[in-house]
Structure formats: structure tokens, C-alpha cells
Design a protein around this ligand. Sequence first.
Ligand SMILES: NC(=O)c1ccc[n+]([C@@H]2O[C@H](COP(=O)([O-])OP(=O)(O)OC[C@H]3O[C@@H](n4cnc5c(N)ncnc54)[C@H](O)[C@@H]3O)[C@@H](O)[C@H]2O)c1
Ligand SMILES: [Fe+2]
Length: 382
Amino acid sequence: MNFTLLQKVKVIEKKGALRQLGELMREGGFHHAFLVCDGGIAKMGLAEKIQTILEKEGFACTLYDKVQPDPPSTVVDEGSALCREAGCDCVIAVGGGSSIDTAKGINILRFNEGRILDYADPAKKMHPATGLIAIPTTSGTGSELSNGLIISDVEKGVKAPILAVEGMSEYTILDPELTVGMPVGLTLITGLDVFSHACESYTSILSTTPTDMLCEKIIEDVITYLPRAVADGSDITARERMLSAASLGGWMLACSSAHVGHSVAHVLGATFHMPHGKACAFSLPPTLEFIAPVVPEKVKKIGLLLGADFTGKETPVEIGQKAAEAYRNFRARFGLTSLGMDMPDENRLTVLARAVAHEPLAGLCPVSVTEDNALSLLKNFF
Ligand SMILES: NC(=O)c1ccc[n+]([C@@H]2O[C@H](COP(=O)([O-])OP(=O)(O)OC[C@H]3O[C@@H](n4cnc5c(N)ncnc54)[C@H](O)[C@@H]3O)[C@@H](O)[C@H]2O)c1
Ligand SMILES: [Fe+2]
């Protein structure tokens, strides 16, 4: 059965909660962790810190610090072989969405044969994969509570969303102190990813009353706390609220999902390698305009939360324009006014529009996405 709300991940949220990792390992009955991160996290000394915590408490740890942005499937497949070889009984992800998604893939392959991209086929059955501990260091993707992992098929040059309740984390540690060191740019784009998750989950065809209520709260918190986190990275209250907003956003992805804004972000992210949160921040205004004729009240609510003025006499199209403008103004407060790249030529746009229309999340948009309307959407993106 598809339940309206299902939250399977056991969460520890507290400043300094990382110190409880050993306790969590005992709770799970784990002995040997496969620690997954990227080179940036390793350089920051965080992988070493975790290794020390684990080793001090008598646990073995094998480090895999080969995560890459827009995680390629080959890195997941290679990590999975090493994880099996080392005989690890749990996987710890530390880092942003790229590290958590890579670790999710590796953990799925501990319980399932084949290569990770085999599971991009929704018809492919998957055994439940337990033993994933996700420790986010960005406040963005919410992958720690979501049912998704976004893996790049490098040969085809596409990002493949794999949606699997069976692959979700078993535990997550939300320690806002780990996000304090995020530079301003990363804080901003990951925070705008949260905003897009909440807006798209709020308006997807899978949205329900409880997800609506949660999404409104996430939107409100990002509007309040993202400017504070950007202005002062050491504002721990802002960091804490943003980390929880991000995780709840990930939960909303698991319940009601993102839709065409993320389809655009996945297609353009795979093609132009722009940061995911930036792609989302530019796909949201055209998405709001695109869906306003079908869900005007929800788009209006997003506009109101962003401070837009409505007279009550607007048509649905005008509501979309006002909400999109309010979001562009919000984004501009952080200096994000232009994408910084030219519009591709018509032929390339047509190919991209086809990819958007066939991207799996597009089917959850309240407006039916075709190659034609995806082309108009893309033209508004650039
Ligand atoms: N699974 C999901 O539900 C889901 C949802 C949205 C996006 N995604 C995916 O997540 C990926 C993006 O993840 P992301 O935006 O978190 O970025 P990321 O994981 O790609 O990390 C970006 C950079 O930030 C660095 N970094 C991470 N934490 C840091 C910190 N605290 N201080 C300093 N530097 C830090 C990393 O080392 C890396 O260089 C994309 O591939 C996207 O498709 C997944
Ligand atoms: Fe996202």
C-alpha cells in the first residue's frame, strides 16, 4: 500500500550529535563501517574525525573517499565491490547529497546483485537495504530522509533518479555544527534546493493535506533562516533550522515528490554540470508560471509566503507571474540574478525538451508535460 505519510528513518538531531555515532553503531549491532565521502570532506578532516570516533569505540572502518559530484554509477559500482571485499556490515555517508546518494547506491548493492543502474528501471525488484547511516554536511538535498538517489549514467550523459523505499537510510544524524563551515555559495544553492523541494512537493499530483502543511512550514523556514545562514554562517540557530528544513524537505520528496522543476534541473545538470541547487533555483520561476493555471491557490500561497501582493482579482496566469517574480526577487537578494550562460540553439533546446518531457519526475507535475510545453519552459529557464 502507498501510505500518505511514512517516515522510516530514525533521526538524531542535536548540536554535537556526531559524538553519538558509536552509540548508534551499537544500537544497530554494527561492527565494521564503510565510510563514504568525497575528497573535499576528507580534506576538511571530517572523515578522519569519524574514523577516530569509531576506532576509539572499538569499531572497524574502511574509508572510501572517491565520491564525485553528480555521482557517476561507476563510482557506486566500484565502491560496492570494495565494501563487499572489506566485509563491512554498515555504510556511513558523510557529506552532501552526492556522498549520501553514492552511499545509498553502495548500500543497495550490499543486498542486491548487479549494477546500480539496473535499479533505475522501476520494474526491477529490490531487497530492502538496511544499515545506512547518513550524516549530512549540507542543508539541501534531504537525501538522508528521501527515497531517492540521483545517479549519473556517464555513457548516456543523463542523471537517473532511482526511487526506492527499500534503499532509504536506516539512521540519520543531523548535527548542525557540521554545516557551519559551508561557504556562502554552497549554503545558498543548497538552501534554494530545499525551497524547490518544498514548492514542488507542495504542488505535485501526489501532494496531500499533511504534506501541504509540512511543505508550507518548510517554505516559511527557508525564507526566514536562509538569509540568516548566508549572512552569518556561524548563526547556529539558522543552521539548525535549515538542516531540519532540508531533511523534512527530503521526507516530502519521499511522500509527494518533486516534479518538472527537478526534471529540468536533472537534464541541465547532467548536460552542463551546473550545481543542482542553482539549476533548481532557475527552474522554479518558470515552473510556478507553468503550473499556476492548474493549481493557482497553491502558487498564490507560495507567492504570499514570499511577500507578493495580490489584489484578489488576478487570473491564474497573473498569479503565476507574481509568484515567480516574488521568488526571483528573493533569489536576487543573494545576488543570484542571472544564470551566467547563453540559451542553447533551437536544435539543442529541442533535444533537451524531449529529455525533460521523458524524465521520470515530470509525470508528477500537475500539468501534463509534453515535448512542446517543455520547450517553452526551457526557453523561460535561460
Ligand atoms: N537523493 C535525493 O533525494 C536528492 C535530492 C536532491 C538532489 N540530490 C543530488 O544531490 C547532489 C547535490 O548534493 P549537494 O548539493 O549536497 O552537494 P555535494 O554533495 O555535491 O557537495 C558539493 C561540494 O560541497 C562540499 N561540502 C559538503 N559539505 C560541506 C561543508 N559542510 N563545508 C564545506 N564544503 C562542503 C563537498 O565536498 C563538495 O565539494 C546532486 O547530485 C543532486 O542530484 C539528491
Ligand atoms: Fe533537489
